[in-house]
Design a protein around this ligand. Structure first.
Ligand SMILES: Cc1cc2nc3c(=O)[nH]c(=O)nc-3n(C[C@H](O)[C@H](O)[C@H](O)COP(=O)(O)O)c2cc1C
Length: 298
């Protein structure tokens, strides 16, 4: 997930549940093709993140072929094509979810990538543009084009991220194809995913992981701030190690706010959390929060 599923956060999630499959933030195939340094950094990962899938977006056959080679050389375990991103800039360039309005191009991309790489190729998309009426047609076409797996976010392009996801059209698509299908949308934790999985082969947890890698625990349970503290510090440390103190402290701020959400007594520290500028400052604020919230949990 753009802005979230970078290497430090993926490693944190793997610590909580080593059995998960991780996916990179979406990365431009055109950017990879032009060897933009920043994008190559975005794709970098550590050994412990396997199995790891690179997610790429674009619409250009040549750049997809070049990106496939880069992903293979980097040691990825799979490549996922993003056909779900609704961001204005992405849709305007006819990337992301815009490909759902151009099925011939969408299938050609899948076919081109599948022929260009020995890695498994998956596609992540939404129910559809404004309804789910062509989802099964999309699934069949993607399978015929060579996709090895499809992930469906159970909302349409026009729906915001907070409306309830629809699962029935995803179950229906799965009844009509034979490759694995993963469901996604509004899943709170592993248990919740297992309750929604139906005839599908797996699921993806998105926003519920923000500040909450414990969403990946096999069995969900209440976790005290005291127990979260070492993980939050480790996440901060990893991010600063990877991106440097300036960028790392800026990027950890939103995670810190999410980690502290829901703890009575933590809210008053928000102004400090969104201004941290060093690892020491992060630890100081977190320790003060631990003192403020702990009595309520013991
Ligand atoms: C901030 C943010 C960034 C996202 N970035 C990506 C992305 O890079 N690639 C992708 O396939 N989906 C991305 N998504 C969509 C999520 O993967 C997921 O499909 C969506 O949030 C629905 O699942 P959820 O209800 O569990 O969050 C993003 C969503 C959010 C909120």
């Amino acid at each position: 997930m753009e802005g979230y599923s970078d290497s430090p956060f993926r490693r944190i999630c793997k610590r909580i549940n080593p059995d998960i499959i991780t996916v990179t933030e979406f990365t431009s195939a055109d950017g990879i093709y032009h060897n933009a340094k920043q994008l190559m950094k975005k794709l970098s990962f550590e050994k412990e993140e396997h199995p790891i899938i690179a997610q790429i977006f674009g619409k250009n056959m040549d750049t997809f072929i070049a990106a496939a080679k880069v992903c293979e050389d980097m040691g990825f375990d799979g490549i996922d094509i993003n056909m779900g991103c609704p961001a204005k800039k992405v849709v305007k360039s006819e990337h992301g979810v815009a490909l759902r309005r151009n099925l011939p191009l969408a299938f050609k991309l899948i076919e081109t990538l599948a022929n260009a790489t020995s890695l498994p190729v998956s596609v992540k998309t939404r129910l559809g543009w404004d309804d789910a009426s062509d989802l099964t047609e999309f699934g069949k076409g993607a399978e015929n084009a060579g996709a090895d797996m499809i992930c469906i976010h159970g909302r349409t392009y026009i729906e915001p991220y907070n409306v309830p996801a629809q699962w029935e059209p995803v179950y229906e698509m799965k009844r009509n194809i034979s490759i694995p299908v993963l469901g996604n949308g509004g899943i709170l934790n592993v248990q919740d995913g297992l309750e929604k999985i139906g005839n599908l082969d797996g699921f993806l947890i998105g926003q519920a992981t923000f500040g909450n890698p414990w969403a990946f625990l096999e069995k969900s349970r209440e976790i005290s701030f005291e127990e979260k503290l070492p993980i939050i510090k480790l996440h901060s440390q990893m991010l600063i190690e990877q991106k440097g103190e300036y960028v790392g402290t800026r990027e950890i701020r939103k995670h810190l706010v999410s980690y502290c959400r829901g703890f009575p007594g933590a809210k008053q520290f928000r102004p400090q959390l969104v201004r941290v500028e060093s690892y020491k400052q992060i630890c100081d604020v977190l320790d003060r929060i631990a003192e403020a919230v702990e009595p309520m949990f013991h």
